[in-house]
Design a protein around this ligand. Sequence first.
Ligand SMILES: *Cc1c(COP(=O)(O)O)cnc(C)c1O
Length: 421
Amino acid sequence: MTYFSTRNASPPASLKTALLDGLAPDGGLYLPETAMPLPEGWEDASSLADLGARVLAPFVADTVPDAEALVRDALAFETPLVRLRDGLFVLELFHGPTLSFKDVGARTLARFAHALLEDGERLTILVATSGDTGSAVADGFAALPGVRVVLLFPEGRVSEVQERQLAIERPGVTPVRVRGTFDDCQRLVKTAFEDDRFRAAGRLSSANSINIGRLLPQSLYYLDAVRQLGGAAPTFVVPSGNLGNLTAGVMAHLAGMPAAGFVAAHNANRAFSDFLAGDDLRPADTKQTLSNAMDVGRPSNAERLTALLPPERLRALVRGTVTNDAATRTSIRETYERYGYLACPHTAVGLDAARRLQDEGATGPLVVLSTAHPAKFPDVVEDATGVAPPEPEALARLRGLPDVAATVEPTLGALYDAAFA
Ligand SMILES: *Cc1c(COP(=O)(O)O)cnc(C)c1O
């Protein structure tokens, strides 16, 4: 299988190049030449891992040795479909080790990237994070021989829970706290890629959310939802930021998965929702909201969606909604009052979109993707409901562990001394 760039100005690439480079040389994003085929009987799979073995492993088997074992190991957690009431379901994607859906893509990408390294080849993953991506990538790549992760996060700008997940000691992972903003962290990563000193450390890769290696496994949990529904074609409601999650669902649908449609559920960062309503796609400055993992003003994967489908077909398949912070709080509270269910602020944006669809008389099952565990955002959830989400074992275990992150000024020299010298 070869991978092509959405801008069509780069030569077709191998899976190894697409996974390790992330971005195509023309600045576009990689897509597979043909959709990942759904083999006969995929609905009979027993779990997410089993779907991975039946659908994803054969798709990469010509390149990735032992693909089936790697996929089964990466996806060894459940993605249960929870019924809130007739016709309304939540697909819980937060049962992986770092409690967000980012574990699905990061764990799979890590195993594939490692399997594709030549003997003795070393890989350094340099990643800037403002939240869930960093811990999922660090956890996914930790302890793989030949792979190092350098994790940059902004001092004082991640939540207490997220900081606990980022700054702990993991084999092969160097966390770096940057005295600056998330944009400073991203700038450092970008400039390090162009710097000879950093390149001398071995192959550099970024594992960021535009990597096709993260999207392919994300298609699997959509299949898992349809399997658990017994084959009915649901409308998927996807809390969206950079649109990787939505793109993975649209790719599964184009491969033959039944779906009545999709909803791109946004917070105040509404550029893509406005595009779906008929506007041009206009990038905007990022607005800070309660659902901070969705605070994206220029969603990169819009480029993939428009490469997969012409605008009129995309607009027929995907509808956009916008939910502000006040409505997000209301959604968390009402979901708790009506169903006794605690939702994180991102999931609550999706639940608000689902409520509006049902008020408009939507028929057929609605599946809201739940992207993070409520305990990752305990303050917002407790403010809205009066109830503190119980802390899962995966977070409780991190309490009291030493913080090993080096703290650096936002300069390339300081980053080099702290993590590469
Ligand atoms: C990353 C993230 C999102 C947004 O997903 P995209 O694929 O960027 O659209 C939503 N919710 C949570 C909790 C996330 O971590």
